[in-house]
Ligand binder design. Sequence first.
Ligand SMILES: Cc1cc2nc3c(=O)[nH]c(=O)nc-3n(C[C@H](O)[C@H](O)[C@H](O)COP(=O)(O)OP(=O)(O)OC[C@H]3O[C@@H](n4cnc5c(N)ncnc54)[C@H](O)[C@@H]3O)c2cc1C
Length: 470
Amino acid sequence: MSTFDLVVIGSGPSGRRAAIQAAKLGRTALVIEKHKKVGGVSVHTGTIPSKTMRETVLNLSGWRERGFYGRAYRVKQDISAADIQSRMEKTLEHEVDVLEHQFARNGVKTMRGDAAFRSAHEVEVTLPDGEVRVVTGGAILIAVGTHPFRPDYVPFNGENVFDSDEIVAIPKLPRSLAVIGAGVIGVEYATIFSALEVQVTLIEPRATFLDFVDKELMEEFIHELRDRNVALRLGAEVTKIEFDAQGRPVCRIATGRDVTSEVLLFAAGRMGATEGLNLAAAGLTSDHRGRITVDPKTLQTAVPHIYAAGDVIGFPSLASTSMEQGRLAACHAFGLQPPPPPEFFPYGIYSVPEISTVGMSEEDVRKRGIPYECGIARFRETSRGHIMGLQTGMMKMIFSKKTRRLLGVHIVGEGATELVHIGQAVLNLKGTIDYFMDNTFNYPTLAEAYKIAALDAWNRAFGPAAAPVV
Ligand SMILES: Cc1cc2nc3c(=O)[nH]c(=O)nc-3n(C[C@H](O)[C@H](O)[C@H](O)COP(=O)(O)OP(=O)(O)OC[C@H]3O[C@@H](n4cnc5c(N)ncnc54)[C@H](O)[C@@H]3O)c2cc1C
């Protein structure tokens, strides 16, 4: 069979969700994947490997227990790259297995090969043995994701200069690491390696980083990184990368203060993987970063039956949002119009400590001129925090003084990426401070921080002592 209702190029989060949604609607779907296993960047080099590495590092290093037993505490002495790899292999195998089973159960066909457009309805697939097959799709979804941006001035060698897809397979843990690019990926890896006592230098040309995160939260985060001896080199532009006499990479910085490290990770940007797709044959183009423009409501490209979803369409480039985009694209292609996605979705940054945020930051609220109040809770104020030995961790909530509505929740610390969903639910259901005041929370939990932060805001802005809103 070579004709399908939906042909999906790429088996990452957006592609797999779209294919399964199409199958659930009774349509035939084919997923073409050039990698030898399905799952995409998310399963093989991005989300899952980096989070597995983080979990392994935190477990083996005894990180979560150090509040009690001191900084020298270790579950395992001499953690090696092999320790990390073995857990990663098991996790990834399981992920692929679950995914293959999902495809099989739903009757989604898969084909291994490199796909390119032959026309607006036809896709040519070059199989691993060189044979070329042509498949036809009533609808086609481009879900090819991204690959790391590899500028010419970076001497990638797979030995001590890596990109963000290669670092998960690092053969030996270094004593020092320089990371170029303080975006989400750079910050995650910098802090994960730092939790292993690797001496980390984070290099970023701009004076600030993770600017979408609430400033007060970032101050807390930066304080913690400095306390752990992570060297932050902000406003530092790398002009050249050379190797010293011992073969170590040296980043030459415009301001003159060079950075030498055993290993260098370049994590500054990714490009849409559209270069080999022959988009022109389908009447499509991509921008200078390989991305495809779509109608954000329907995920349609300029050619109505061709959709694009996931990282290849740019912001927000998360596995979580990619899955939803894939589902929406398939629904639209087959005549279903699901309601528009809720206004606010969470960001999770799996750094050490982790950060998660949903809704408006204090800076956003100020820009919009909304009268507001903030409530702060520190995890060390919660009984659960005492039990866990937490000395850091903070939650900040922002409420409208006029409507009492929750406007944003920002968390740094243990469990942030899970905790944020309580705030997300209240936010998208347009809840107010009263939800947190009136409801009982399990005790002892870190979620109690919601109650503490809400009380903090209430005492100042809504309680008997509060000044009237003008
Ligand atoms: C280090 C790192 C950490 C991350 N951490 C998180 C996180 O914690 N949370 C989160 O939500 N997101 C995270 N992300 C982002 C997340 O991985 C992406 O948003 C997500 O993978 C994008 O999914 P996608 O559907 O666009 O496809 P991708 O996962 O990018 O997969 C695309 C697939 O298409 C295939 N392909 C490409 N071209 C062709 C072709 N011509 N023919 C056939 N197949 C092709 C590729 O081989 C690949 O398998 C992280 C990313 C990285 C790099």
